[in-house]
Design a protein around this ligand. Structure first.
Ligand SMILES: [Fe+2]
Ligand SMILES: [Fe+2]
Length: 372
């Protein structure tokens, strides 16, 4: 199988120069300079405007309802999660991370290891995956802050305030689980760093929405659901259940806001740019799941990165992952009007249109997601 025919091959770009202009600098910082791994902090300048609203008009009942639901659904990591549960990565009675949920299952060098070493590897792979969730949640926290500042609708600002609190909780629970239970944490994946930096820099509020609420969070919803099905560890299962119930609201918020803005307010040429941007982000997100940081720690001495990528991309894990990820994303892109005939052919080439008719937010509930 050639790179061109691999699932979700990376050479199907639309080549929209307006999109490329906004991605070049974050791509240099993330992929070449590896800024996300360079030190204990990264500082990214923001270019959006803060919008004060003086009318305080409550004119969006759907967002007001969502705000009430968010306030009623707040939970406390200290109260609602049992942190006394002991996590033993070697306990054969509690399957911490099902190997079929990672590329490891089809990796012969892993299969040759003793059972205890295989359990260590699965715990490391889980820590890698959860570390990327942690970093993504930090990005979601700042995106929620920026959206709350820059959007002009009062109802959206009130809702945004609840999301800021949600994302702060998510950062905390992933960090605590990694530090206290798995006792390891990985640095941010370079591709994820590019996405987060480009969202922080972009001055346009709707792109922060599109990038974070629809794409990154839509993908995270799929990933959280898959991971929840892959573990029998009770603390992690409950943690993910609580996070999923919040994230379902966040994606709902993105769909409600963008559906109105893209259909009623944004000029057509700019809407087309959003179509292309969303597609390029989907392409970029593929590479974030190749577990390069785990590979560098354990296998770089034995297997080339090209071979690792080939095994990962062709694995059942990646096929399943692609399925859960895009099953959530594609219907939402259709719902907000970014899946027109012009770009459908690109998605079709990647084999992603099979989910076009699936339920989109807000019809898709947290219960649907937990049952997935
Ligand atoms: Fe979150
Ligand atoms: Fe979120």
């Amino acid at each position: 199988m050639t790179a061109r025919s691999l699932p979700f091959g990376g050479d199907s770009h639309i080549l929209d120069l307006r999109v490329a202009r906004h991605l070049v600098l974050p791509a240099v910082n993330g992929l070449l300079l590896r800024r996300g791994k360079a030190g204990p902090t990264s500082t990214v300048p923001a270019h959006h405007s803060t919008c004060y609203t003086w009318t305080y008009e409550r004119d969006q009942p759907r967002l007001a309802k969502l705000t009430r639901q968010a306030r009623a659904g707040q939970w406390d990591p200290d109260v609602h999660l049992d942190w006394n549960i002991q996590v033993d990565v070697q306990d054969p009675a509690v399957d911490l991370f099902d190997e079929a949920s990672s590329p490891l299952a089809e990796f012969q060098a892993y299969r040759n290891l003793p059972v205890t070493a295989q359990r260590d590897h699965r715990a490391a792979m889980l820590a890698w995956m959860m570390s990327q969730f942690l970093h993504g949640e930090q990005g979601a926290l700042f995106a929620a802050c920026q959206i709350t500042e820059s959007i002009s609708w009062y109802d959206a600002k009130l809702y945004g305030a609840t999301q800021v609190a949600d994302e702060g909780r998510h950062v905390e629970v992933f960090q605590r689980y990694l530090d206290d239970k798995l006792q390891r944490r990985y640095k941010i994946n370079d591709n994820l760093y590019v996405i987060l930096e480009s969202l922080s820099r972009d001055p346009r509020w709707d792109l922060k929405f599109l990038g974070m609420q629809i794409l990154v969070e839509g993908l995270a919803l799929g990933a959280f659901g898959t991971l929840r099905l892959s573990t029998k560890e009770p603390l992690l299962r409950e943690l993910l259940r609580l996070v999923i119930s919040d994230e379902a609201r966040h994606v709902h918020f993105g769909v409600v806001a963008l559906e109105r803005f893209y259909s009623e307010e944004l000029p057509e040429p700019e809407r087309r740019e959003r179509e292309d941007w969303a597609y390029e982000m989907c392409v970029l997100m593929r590479n974030r799941f190749l577990a390069h940081e785990y590979y560098e720690e354990y296998w770089a001495h034995a297997v080339s990165r090209r071979e690792w990528d080939r095994i990962s991309l062709e694995s059942n894990y990646m096929r399943r992952f692609r399925h859960t990820m895009f099953r959530r994303l594609i219907p939402n892109l259709r719902r907000i009007g970014l899946m027109t005939d012009r770009v459908r052919s690109y998605y079709e080439k990647l084999g992603l249109l099979e989910w076009e008719k699936e339920k989109a937010a807000p019809d898709l509930t947290a219960d649907d997601l937990l049952a997935a």
